[in-house]
Design a protein around this ligand. Structure first.
Ligand code: NA7
Length: 542
């Protein structure tokens, strides 16, 4: 289906009148939420800012955009037929293929007719007297529903740093998280890319191949392991398809919901040769499996240091110029920012048309009409790429004026950092749910099973309320406080909170430093099940 067809379809979704549920966002989360709600006989409408389905995969069309979770796992599992019929082509899917998959799902389950595209939500207000949510969009539409589900994504609010003079630059400036649909041809151009996170690491080798010259402005180097992407081995595909239910179950028992085998040994209890062997085996295997090399990499500083040293040595082996290799070598904690997965990233710095510009001590002073100025040097450019990330986890929610009981805004409630019960609901905001909200495992996991677990929980909760004749659900302040404390307590036993990552909001100036996701997918699922078994413990139903 083309973009035009999609846009034409936007008028089809019924938006007048009352709904049982209004869902914000038509990415993987919002689409599956709609599917479950329909199956339970609830009326629902989905409001989506983009011109099509797919969320993250709709917006992030930068060159090289690819998932870092393997294709056979980065897919829905709610439908056996769907997971049997879809054929992934590569070990890690590229953005266009994932977008095709989401579109296929939308068609297969006839979801589009309840989605209103090109519709950005401006506010959501709880009407206490009516016990309903009033949702208003930027184009003046008003929708009311008994329940509101925010499926707004964890990495959907782009971060554009406040560079002096950014708007004076004469050439085009692109953000990786809002890439033009028609693509960009950098042939013959002098391009500057700001940032060296996952998006930059994926796009740099491809842009370098095209551009006359690429300047990479790096503030902090990252730990990167090879993806070893390849056409999907038919034997692997068959293995998954034959044993999908069992493999999905196994994955749910893993800390991050991903199937790679974890090594239960401590990195410090084996000798140096064994440590090296394990790291090397994982390096050759490729991908996030490197995180599972040893059980204590994210718990113990010395174990962590061993993994860090291994990767630094790899960088020295790959990058020919020792000064560049040193600049590319991270000295922060390993794995406490999202580990990046590459295809030829470090090799790209051996090219004569690539310059690494260190902006760690001397920040970017300004952007002029001609390029980027750092200290006294102007790097003349024809185009700029901002690979500067997102206001993660809370950004998309805080952009919407969400008002609960007594007119309190969610933004105000979260002034000191996000507070939610289970990352699903917030005290003072009855009948409002978030999918993969702060305080749930979300970004530390394979997002797809995390999304499905949340959607299933919410769907079953709504069905329960209907059966019991209850109209309102809200977590108690005590349950919320205890959960926030627990999330922090668990994180405090790991190295995670010590790193300046977007997990703690360190990338956004002024954002309160709080470790936002919950560490431990299996324990989290058990907790959610226990809450239900105990009659929605921690929630007030009325
Ligand atoms: P990231 O991982 O947040 O990376 C953003 C990059 O932009 C990172 O290198 C930042 O450096 C850099 N940055 C941000 N602001 C500035 C300024 N003001 N000056 C210089 N450099 C800056 O975002 P991505 O889009 O790459 O990846 C997001 C997630 O998507 C990723 O984790 C995967 O899960 C998929 P910093 O490290 O803050 O010094």
């Amino acid at each position: 289906m083309s973009e035009q067809d999609l846009a034409a379809e936007t008028t089809v979704a019924r938006t007048h009148g009352d709904f049982d549920v209004v869902v914000v966002g038509a990415g993987f989360a919002g689409l599956y939420m709609l599917h479950r709600l329909r199956g339970l006989g609830f009326t629902a409408v989905v409001l989506e800012a983009g011109g099509g389905v797919g969320g993250t995969w709709y917006w992030n069309r930068y060159p090289g955009a690819r998932c870092d979770v393997e294709s056979m796992e980065y897919s829905y599992q709610f439908s056996q037929a769907l997971q049997q019929e879809w054929e992934w082509s590569e070990r890690y899917s590229a953005q266009p293929e994932i977008l095709r998959y989401v579109n296929h799902v939308a068609d297969r389950f006839d979801l589009r007719r309840d989605v209103r595209f090109n519709t950005r939500v401006r506010s959501a207000t709880f009407d206490e007297a009516a016990g309903r949510w009033n949702v208003e969009t930027e184009d003046g539409l008003q929708v009311t529903a008994a329940f509101c589900v925010m499926a707004t994504g964890c990495l959907s609010s782009i971060n554009t740093p406040d560079f002096k003079g950014l708007d004076t630059f004469k050439g085009p400036c692109y953000h990786t998280g809002g890439w033009p649909h028609e693509g960009v041809d950098f042939t013959g151009q002098r391009v500057g890319i700001i940032g060296t996170g996952s998006s930059a690491i994926q796009s740099i080798p491809i842009i370098a191949n095209q551009a006359a010259h690429l300047h990479v402005f790096q503030r902090t180097p990252n730990y990167v392991v090879p993806a070893r992407n390849a056409p999907l081995d038919p034997a692997v595909r068959e293995e998954f398809k034959t044993h999908y239910p069992m493999l999905r179950q196994q994955a749910k028992q893993r800390r991050n919901g991903i199937l790679y085998p974890p090594n239960e040994d401590s990195a410090l209890e084996v000798d140096a040769a064994e440590r090296e062997r394990e790291f090397q085996a994982r390096w050759e295997r490729g991908g996030l499996a490197f995180l599972g090399s040893f059980s204590d990499l994210l718990l113990d500083e010395d174990a962590n240091g061993a993994a860090a040293a291994f990767i630094r040595e790899k960088i020295r082996q790959i990058v020919r110029d020792p000064a560049v290799a040193e600049l590319l070598s991270p000295h922060s904690l390993f794995g406490c920012k999202r580990l990046c997965i590459d295809s030829g990233y470090f090799e790209t710095f051996n090219r004569s048309n690539v310059t690494l510009v260190d902006v760690s001590t001397d920040a970017i002073d300004e952007i002029t009409g001609e390029g980027v100025r750092v200290k006294d040097e102007l790097h003349a450019l024809d185009a700029i790429v901002l690979a500067t990330g997102f206001d993660a986890m809370t950004g998309a929610l805080n952009k919407i004026d969400i008002r609960g009981v007594g007119g309190q805004t969610l933004k105000e409630k979260w002034r000191g950092g996000p507070r939610m019960y289970l990352g699903l609901a917030a005290a003072g905001f009855p009948n409002l749910f978030t999918i993969t909200g702060p305080g749930s495992p979300s970004v530390l996991t394979n997002m797809l099973p995390s999304i499905e677990q949340h959607v299933d929980w919410i769907a079953e909760c709504l069905a329960h309320l209907r059966t019991r004749g209850k109209a309102r659900i809200e977590p108690t302040a005590e349950a919320e406080d205890a959960w926030v404390e627990h999330v922090n307590w668990v994180a405090g036993h790991t190295l995670f909170p010590r790193a300046n990552s977007w997990y703690v909001g360190a990338n956004i100036p002024g954002k309160p430093r709080v470790f936002m996701p919950y560490i431990g997918f299996p324990a989290y699922q058990r907790k959610c099940e226990e809450v239900v078994r105990n009659g929605y413990e921690g929630f007030e139903l009325s």
